[in-house]
Write a protein that binds this ligand. Sequence first.
Ligand code: ADP
Ligand code: MG
Length: 582
Amino acid sequence: MVVMDERRAPIRRLDPSLAAKVAAGEVIERPASVVKELLENSIDAGATRVRVELAEGGQALIRVQDDGRGIPPEEVELAFQRHATSKMAALDDLFQIRTLGFRGEALPSIAAVAEVELASCCTDEGRGAAVGAHGAAVTRLSPRGLPPGTTVTVHDLFAAVPARLKYLKSRSGEVAAVQSVVAHYAMAYPALRLSLYSDGRPIFSSPGSGRLEDVVATLYGADVAARMLPIEGEHRGTRVWGLVTPPDISRPSRAYQSFFLNGRWVRNRMLAVALEDAYHTHLMVGRHPICVVYLSVPPDLVDVNVHPTKSEVKFLYDREVFAALRGAAGAAVLSTMPEPGKVLGGIDLPGEGGAGGEIEQGDLGLDAEASAMPLAARDEAVGPAPRRRADMMPALRVLGQVNSLYIIAEGPDGVYMVDQHAAHERVIFDELIAAAPDRPVEAQFLLEPLAVELSVAQFEALETCAEDLAGLGFAAEPFGAAAALVRAVPSILSAGDPAETLRELLEGRAARGEVADWRERALTTIACKSAVKAGQPLALEEMRQLLYRLETTARPRTCPHGRPTMILLSASQLEREFGRRG
Ligand code: ADP
Ligand code: MG
């Protein structure tokens, strides 16, 4: 008699179909993973056009059709055997991988959790074959007239794995995940014509022109694409190239940064850190550049086999990769700086031929009249000067500007260094919100309406918030299928970039919806976009006006994002540093 311990089941071999489902779980998590694997197969097969179709978010149907080399009829069944691949023959090959696939796991994994049909026709032979695969069973289907290339159709994903189904997001969430995969392969392969349809509707298509700029334009808008800077660099065998945004175009998250290693979309935090290191001090905390960066590393110096879906990679020589990317991006960022010499310069004392003296006011985007209005004259026009809050910030005497970024000033208690951008942001924000939080922002009508290209999400947000935008000084309406027609912009923004500002407002709306503090956040954005930038030389008088206005704000020591506007080097600190006091 066998007595079973109730707390412990005996060790058993999993039956093969269960084992296959467990293994599939590593590779196939959701419709987007199926699309990724099938797309990679199409690319490995040399396809120039790939069409991806979804029904019901991919759960009912996923179809990927390519015009690649196809599979010979005698091999179609073999393609569904685990570890059957045409891409690797010996262990040495594992360290020389030049194809996207090599594990021979995708097709059997998909068949383990769905019903699959594969029809393929070799372009050179003109004959085709079709098979159906479900679980371990592969049956030959009679081929119909097949176009050259391969079509894989996946029905009822996870129908037999209810536990997986529970983890799927809403249909639109799954479509968005697929769209992200398709968009990334479009960036990785600009010569590939990729299209995505969901329930019969076209969602995305890439032009397939071979130019990365064209792909970026369809994804992020023509304006962004036109401003992107090419980067190029090499460091000990690691090559880097691609496009990055100049520091004045940024996004609140890293979702707009794409890295491709040897043709594969990868995620690796070190790459983002290396890129952003190049923007250090030119971007505010919490802002991130947009990029499409390709890296090529000798295949034996990178391990793509650390993760079943190969989206995470390990570099053998982290430092070389970091240096190559940091260097290439750094050169691009530096090329946008007005006068490289000044960036590294010391304190420019007014009257000694420094920045304060020689810069023409008209060059600053803050010409005499315009700068007087936002910075100082408004209160005088309105009435008596507001009460000075000496308790919060003393009156300061401007000494000069450092790095075209910091205003150096003397106060009763020491030397102040004021961040000109942060200070100006605070000034504008207070003008916009402190007096009357709900008062509409003063608008400036444009002589000619401005067409602003929008992403899908931005366009959808615009359709719901035109009225709220009007309260911010923007008169904007949907235009065509993916743009806004702007007839008025906030007057304060005259020196800023209204198109970029509008896009960012809509981006925030799309991300967070109609939340209570949307208007306040939107005003923060407008203040940020209207404020003088880092790298902008200021005349002495402009600096004086800026500090004067800052003194009168409610919270002069922080910008609307909560970062400090100034730091103090106290008189006692100076004394200590110079050894004047024990
Ligand atoms: P892997 O891509 O790792 O080799 P897969 O299971 O994804 O493994 O595919 C198995 C094999 O089937 C591939 O090695 C390839 O020879 C063939 N194959 C799969 N999809 C295609 C396709 N779209 N076009 C041509 N051949 C394909
Ligand atoms: Mg594959």
